[in-house]
Design a protein around this ligand. Structure first.
Ligand code: B1M
Length: 231
């Protein structure tokens, strides 16, 4: 029974069905429980939260990532799945603390100053949440000092910066410089991404990691976490 519900959660993440009213990608799914109803049922049945997250949500999202890379899925499909995971995490979040389940780490996300593009940053945030990280999203058009203040206050292990314009990507360098000037550069790993950003650019501005897309951003964070664990 436990496995049935978890499999159904996974399947509905892959189908991008937030609620029972959603159609999903396959025919005949409308009316059947979606991710939010299934998560409610799983909690009621006392199913382990880490199983729900690891197998239902994370594995579901990993499959979506593979389909996206294989060009079987496009951005709207990925967004629907990411939205389903986000909705699930919102329901689960209060239960995580009660059950002593800790997030893998804390990440502050921001789109840099002068840049209003936040769709990609929101996807990355949702995928990081789905992968088990606590994400504090500062929003878009965020100046370096606000980011520095948030890092001082929240003490995250990671800072994710997004930029979509060639005219704003250099703001990422300014943020890194502001962290250095404030004496807190070594307290946080900086991951950057966005359409005009490349791995080479990330290296040139002194960032610690680069994500080509949301799944790659999760991989970059996981790889920094494992480097840290190895010491
Ligand atoms: Co604008 N825009 N836009 N725009 N816009 C682009 C980016 C542009 C390429 C369009 C074009 O000309 N072909 C162009 C930039 C050109 C350049 O700089 N080289 C452009 C321009 C010029 C502008 C304005 C200047 C237009 C004007 O007013 N004259 C203006 C600037 C406003 C500002 O920011 N100050 C502007 C405004 C807007 C809207 C407000 C209308 C809207 C944004 C709405 C919003 O975000 N809430 C908008 C949109 C929607 C786009 C396009 C069409 C789509 C961007 C998007 O959401 N993509 C875009 C053209 C395009 O890309 N086809 C364009 C989907 C999203 C899922 O992808 O954001 O790349 P993306 O995120 C990906 C990856 O990049 C990566 O993962 C994400 C998920 O896969 N990623 C990360 C992103 N952040 C990451 C962080 C990471 C790791 C990975 O680690 C932390």
């Amino acid at each position: 029974m436990t496995e049935d519900i978890i499999d159904l959660i996974k399947e509905n993440v892959i189908q991008g069905r937030v609620t029972q009213d959603d159609e999903g990608l396959e025919e005949g799914m409308a009316g059947k429980p979606g991710v939010t109803e299934l998560i409610g049922e799983a909690i009621e049945q006392g199913i382990g939260l880490s199983d729900i997250i690891k197998t239902g949500l994370t594995e579901g999202m990993e499959t979506v990532g593979q389909k996206f890379e294989a060009e079987e899925y496009y951005i709207p499909d990925m967004l629907a799945s990411a939205e389903a995971v986000g909705a699930a995490m919102e329901i689960l979040e209060p239960h995580l603390a009660e059950n002593g389940i800790e997030a893998k780490g804390k990440i502050i996300m921001a789109t840099v100053k002068g840049d209003l593009h936040d769709i990609g940053k929101n996807i990355v945030s949702i995928l990081l949440r789905g992968a088990g990280y606590a994400v504090k999203d500062l929003g878009n058009d965020i100046d370096p000092q606000t980011i520095v203040d948030a890092v001082k206050e929240e003490r995250p292990q990671y800072l994710g910066l997004s930029a979509l314009l060639t005219s704003t990507m250099m703001q990422m360098k300014d943020v890194i410089q502001a962290l250095t000037d404030s004496g807190i550069r070594d307290q946080v790993k900086v991951i950057v991404g966005g359409a005009p950003v490349s791995e080479e650019f990330a290296r040139s501005i002194g960032a610690d990691g680069y994500g080509a897309d949301g799944f790659d951003a999760v991989r970059a964070v996981e790889s920094l976490a494992s480097d840290k664990a190895k010491g």
